[in-house]
Design a protein around this ligand. Structure first.
Ligand code: NFS
Ligand code: SF4
Length: 656
């Protein structure tokens, strides 16, 4: 007789799981309602220890083979693959998948651009012709005397190479600082088209092909660079051209942006086109009327995750929360339609949606979910999809059956610091430049720059690592740039407003107050990490901070990462010259040859390197130590010491 397996569920203090009060309130409600979330599953499902170390391979049917992470060189796979081969192949495939996600998103934007330019799509237009010209010039297209359509056609043809080019360097390689590019050329990692790079990486990691981790890393870097300086950068630039380049705007975040008396529609995913059309649909007078007739005060459109980030900086649309709040938001009972496109959409949303009678709509042909209703979004007739979703949301509003509880928590953040805006903010319209930033780094008021990015992950306390890390960095005069779910964590903690500069160290505070900017700059979605690459290149070009990105007093971190995209991003930052620290877990056995290559060896090749720490304060110290090391190499460490003396003197005066 089959034995019934007793499922013992661990009870944990919910406050241990999240530092977001609104999410906490919803987790408490979910528990009362008997609804399970990823937080519960993470507690009850221990991560597979062999997988966590990446010590297993299932690339062929002679396996799967499990090696021993405690004694990594004691065993090999059936084919003889060593731990370094297995780990580097697994890592490579994460980079391939993550890069594929970003580049496919970028390609979708480029497809849309092509159809807009050739006139086949009429619902979208070129919103930022100035940016169009700038991007065209940056890849060597002559714009003088040409009309918008000509420039756009040439730009399309040029950027298509980012994906399809079989030989030669991708167009945006022209933006890479000379010395960084030289290092890439030396190591043979300047990307060709991303399709080629991803294909080659998948080939090389097939059973029985590349079995030297030192050679695999080369294709790992090349593929990741095809993402950062390729697919992701195209996604950012084309989105700006089509939908407008962000500039700072004050935005409401957190679950309190939902409104009980309105039809609440959420867009969650990554591609801005769906959101742009939904904005039109919710403003359609006939639909607004229909909502009113159903007894609603209006239609409340809200974003989540990266879709939300794309729309809030361009339109001021409120943002309900980051990745680990996507289930919690539906626990409010107030969501009348959850609309998703691609990436970071947990399958569990279908179940939670069902529990609260919220319709879940998938819209992209790439992403269907069992239990969700698919209403396909077609750019040639975008409103057909978004209008229908609004109609369905209104009908759900009319028939609401579940009690509603919306956490009364709303925070304000100022976001939208595109590279173009940073340039303008620092230098003004006529002298737009990075010189003031470089000067303030050289004179030591700003110690360095850090990119803090990435996901939230139920294996760590939601938002906590992000917030603690960033607080520590700004306290030490490190200016923080943010993308992705991370900036929502900081917005909820109130750190993305100019007023937050009182939490910054004296030097950074002074600069923030002079410019009127927050010490933490939210610059966009995850594909917009490309904005950080552009800003870094601009800092090198402006002068005084070395000749390559690797020379800059800068570091990066993804303290609560979870997705393969994050690994791809980490690797392209490392290959671009940045010290990049990840939290949560790192899928490589320590003290192995591959680990040493990632954490030390790459830096010796003139690139960046990986770091790992779970404690935010330790993470901050590692990043600051690196920044100081770079300051010393540049000979600007003395300037900072003087600044600190100045401050001490000033404080002494205050006391007297
Ligand atoms: Ni980035 Fe955006 Fe968030 Fe992580 Fe997912 S939404 S692409 S992967 S979870 S930051
Ligand atoms: Fe095992 Fe080698 Fe097959 Fe991997 S490729 S499953 S290590 S036999």
């Amino acid at each position: 007789m089959e034995k019934k397996r007793e499922v013992v569920k661990k009870e944990v203090d919910l406050r241990e799981l999240t530092s977001c009060d609104a999410t906490l309130q919803m987790l408490e409600k979910a528990r009362k309602d008997g609804v399970e979330t990823a937080f519960d599953r993470a507690v009850n499902m221990k991560a597979c220890p062999i997988g966590a170390d990446s010590a297993c391979c299932k690339h062929c049917a002679m396996g799967p083979c499990r090696l021993n992470a405690k004694d990594p060189y004691s065993k090999v796979g059936v084919c003889g693959a060593t731990i370094d081969t297995i780990m580097s192949r697994n890592f490579a495939r994460m980079v391939a998948a993550g890069s594929a996600a970003h580049t496919d998103h970028g390609m979708a934007m480029l497809d849309l651009f092509r159809e807009v330019v050739n006139g086949r799509i009429k619902d979208y237009d070129i919103k930022d012709p100035i940016k169009l010209e700038e991007v065209a010039r940056s890849v060597g297209i002559e714009t003088e005397g040409k009309d918008i359509k000509e420039i756009a056609t040439e730009l399309y043809n040029e950027l298509e190479r980012t994906y399809t080019q079989v030989e030669g360097e991708i167009p945006f390689a022209k933006r890479v600082p000379k010395k960084t590019l030289e290092a890439w050329r030396k190591h043979g990692i300047v990307p060709r088209g991303s399709m080629r790079e991803i294909m080659e990486l998948m080939h090389r990691t097939h059973m029985g092909v590349d079995q030297d981790y030192r050679n695999i890393i080369q294709q790992i870097s090349r593929t990741a660079l095809a993402d950062g300086w390729g697919g992701s950068m195209v996604a950012t630039e084309i989105s700006d051209i089509l939908f407008g380049t962000p500039s700072p705007i004050s935005i409401e975040v957190n679950l309190g942006v939902l409104k009980e008396n309105q039809v609440n529609i959420i867009i969650h995913g990554h591609e801005p086109n769906l959101f742009e059309s939904m904005i039109e649909s919710v403003n359609e007078p006939s639909l607004v009327n229909a909502a009113k007739q159903a007894g609603a005060a209006g239609i409340n459109l809200v974003g989540m995750c990266c879709s939300g980030l794309e729309a809030f900086v361009r339109h001021g649309i409120p943002h309900a929360g980051n990745f680990m709040t996507t289930e919690a938001v539906m626990v409010t009972g107030a969501v009348d339609a959850m609309t998703v496109d691609v990436q970071c959409i947990q399958q569990a949303l279908a179940k939670v949606a069902e529990c609260y009678g919220t319709p879940l709509f998938t819209t992209n042909p790439r992403c269907h979910i069992e239990g969700a209703e698919h209403i396909e979004f077609n750019e040639h007739d975008p409103k057909a999809c978004t209008d229908e979703i609004v109609i369905r949301a209104i009908s759900r509003f009319k028939n609401r059956k579940h009690p509603i509880e919306i956490p009364n928590i709303r925070n304000i953040g100022v976001h939208g610091f595109s590279h173009e805006y940073i340039n303008y903010m620092l230098g003004g319209t006529f002298r737009a430049s990075y010189t003031p930033l470089n000067d303030n780094i050289i004179n030591g008021r700003i110690r360095g720059v850090a990119g803090v990015v990435g996901c939230t992950n139920p294996r760590v306390k939601q938002d906590w690592v992000h917030v603690e890390l960033v607080k520590e960095l700004i306290k030490n005069d490190v200016l923080v740039l943010q993308t992705g779910c991370s900036q929502i964590a900081l917005a909820k903690a109130g750190l993305t407003t100019p007023e937050a500069s009182h939490l910054a160290g004296p030097g950074l505070k002074e600069v923030c107050e002079a410019v009127g900017m927050p010490p933490v700059l939210g610059i966009g979605a995850c594909v917009d990490n490309s904005r950080i690459l552009i800003a870094a290149s601009e800092m090198v070009r402006t002068g005084g901070l070395g000749e390559s990105i690797a020379d800059l007093p800068a570091a990066g971190a993804a303290p609560e990462w979870m997705s393969e995209k994050a690994i791809a991003i980490g690797q392209y930052f490392v290959a671009s010259g940045v010290y990049t620290v990840f939290g949560v877990t790192f899928p490589i056995v320590e003290e192995t040859k591959f680990h040493k290559l990632l954490f030390e060896g790459l830096e010796k090749q003139g690139l960046g390197k990986w770091g790992f720490a779970t404690d935010p304060h330790e993470m901050a110290q590692m990043m600051i130590a690196h920044i100081d090391k770079k300051r010393k190499a540049l000979g600007i460490d003395k300037a900072r010491e003087r600044i600190l003396v100045d401050m001490a003197d000033r404080r002494a005066l205050d006391v007297a």
